[in-house]
Unconditional design. Structure first.
Length: 476
């Protein structure tokens, strides 16, 4: 008899406990440091932060501004007494700002927000390893608040892949990387809270924002909003300052539309249809045999415009743009504004109670070379544009149900002028120029565009707003 025969055979219960104990031991070993999993395999956010941060840059800008060093220098009596001598009490000093951006090509093209670099005299881009490069602006688009910069050097820069913001779903995880309050390459996580948000407040007037609860703060502007696979779905742009967890990003698909134009031409060749639009009312819909109140009415068609050439007529009701339904007149304006010159668009139209399709090749938004000169009766004339403006009076504010007296009312538009061809008309109210609110004709003088630059006006008409792009320069 061998020695093992001296030990009793284990009972079934004992064997069960031994088996469970072995499983427990294996489970404990599997989470021990010796058998720990790859820290990135179960945490895609850590992988995104590690692998993609080198393509995100901090944008530092510097602009020279003139500031008074005498508390009385802005007093009219002080200026009257000293004349031009008051200028001796002013100093030109540098003003600095910070934002974010990200590289979109191996050649060193950087995408950021227009408001980050607007008015900057010097721009630098700092990488995650501390390397600093001077950057120049290739083009800006105030309408979408986008700008493309370029840094020189090697042609193998790390860059981010652009995703598809149209396919992004509400509730998906998103990651923001940026430079909030100068805290470089900060990573925050959240979800895509909503899509197609319209924001019209202060200097932000935009339709189609992505909304996220990923923490976005001042300095994040221009940084990427990434999906969980590491592709860019948005460009972080705006926040609600009195809220928590509400940030907004420009959908990357909009950036795709304008980037090539910004790089090639320095501006966007934005699509132009050439029609006047008004809201579709219930009474109009009933009379025209249209179900519901979704759509926009063509109230007039400009001569020699893309709309005229395609056969659009006054009284047409536009229900669709491509495969997208038109919710209202503002939605229609936004859908056309989001397209580029030369793009072919199919419009679903109701004419004489019949549904037809009108194919239009969009033209380029008309521009003009003009300067601002003094007009009569306190108005200001954009002489090259054939456009005269004056301050908004309390009567005009009340009539148009405006929230404030800010803005300039168009008092006259010359026949055949660029202002008329662009769609501006007497009674229109100019609320903003390049994102800055207008309160006085002098504000428009300060924003006079240089030759080749594009000025974007926000216009109020019939209870709605739309944008008009005008190219600046000097009058011949």
């Amino acid at each position: 008899m061998n020695r093992l025969s001296n030990y009793p055979t284990a009972s079934p219960v004992r064997r069960t406990f031994l088996f469970l104990g072995a499983i427990l031991l294996i489970s404990l070993l599997s989470v021990s440091p010796l058998f720990a999993q790859d820290p990135f395999s179960g945490n895609p956010v850590a992988k995104i932060a590690k692998e993609l941060s080198p393509a995100v840059v901090n944008i530092d800008v510097e602009a020279m501004v003139t500031r008074s060093v005498n508390p009385f220098a802005d007093d009219p009596l002080f200026r009257q007494f000293f004349g031009d001598e008051y200028k001796r009490f002013s100093r030109t000093i540098p003003m600095k700002g910070r934002g974010s951006g990200f590289i979109v090509s191996k050649e060193g093209h950087i995408l950021t927000n227009n408001h980050v670099v607007e008015g900057a005299d010097k721009i630098t881009a700092t990488f995650s390893d501390g390397t600093v490069h001077d950057a120049k602006v290739l083009g800006r688009d105030p309408t979408f608040d986008l700008a493309v910069l370029k840094i020189e050097g090697k042609n193998d820069y790390p860059f981010l892949e652009l995703g598809d913001s149209d396919r992004a779903e509400v509730g998906e995880w998103v990651v923001a990387i940026g430079n909030p309050f100068g805290l470089e390459h900060t990573v925050t996580v959240g979800v895509l809270s909503a899509k197609n948000r319209s924001i019209h407040a202060e200097n932000v007037n935009f339709d189609g924002f992505l909304q996220t609860d990923a923490a976005i703060n001042p300095g994040n502007s221009g940084g990427p909003l990434l999906d969980i696979s590491g592709k860019v779905v948005g460009i972080n742009t705006a926040i609600v300052p009195y809220a928590q967890g509400i940030g907004f990003a420009v959908p990357v698909n909009m950036a795709k539309q304008v980037m090539d134009d910004l790089i090639k031409f320095g501006r966007v060749k934005r699509g132009w249809l050439g029609v006047y639009i008004q809201p579709l009312t219930k009474e109009f819909a009933d009379n025209y045999g249209i179900d519901g109140e979704n759509g926009a009415i063509v109230s007039d068609v400009m001569d020699d415009s893309p709309a005229s050439k395609a056969g659009l007529e006054r009284g047409d009701v536009i229900l669709t743009v491509g495969s997208d339904k038109v919710k209202n007149s503002q939605d229609f304006v936004s859908k056309i504004r989001n397209r580029l010159a030369g793009e072919k668009v199919s419009l679903g139209v109701v004419r004489n109670r019949k549904k037809i399709t009108v194919d239009v090749v969009l033209g380029e938004m008309p521009g003009n070379e003009g300067v601002i000169t003094s007009g009569t009766d306190g108005a200001k004339m954009l002489r090259g544009l054939g456009l005269e403006v004056a301050p908004v009076t309390p009567e005009i504010q009340k009539k148009n149900k405006l929230r404030s007296s800010d803005g300039l009312v168009v008092t006259s538009v010359a026949d055949g002028s660029v202002a008329q061809r662009a769609g501006l008309r007497e009674g229109d109210i100019l609320l903003e120029v390049n994102g800055s609110r207008l309160a006085d004709p002098k504000d428009l003088e300060k924003m006079a565009p240089g030759r080749g630059n594009s000025t974007v006006l926000l216009v109020w008409r019939d209870g709605r707003t739309f944008f008009v792009s005008i190219r600046g320069g000097t009058e011949k």
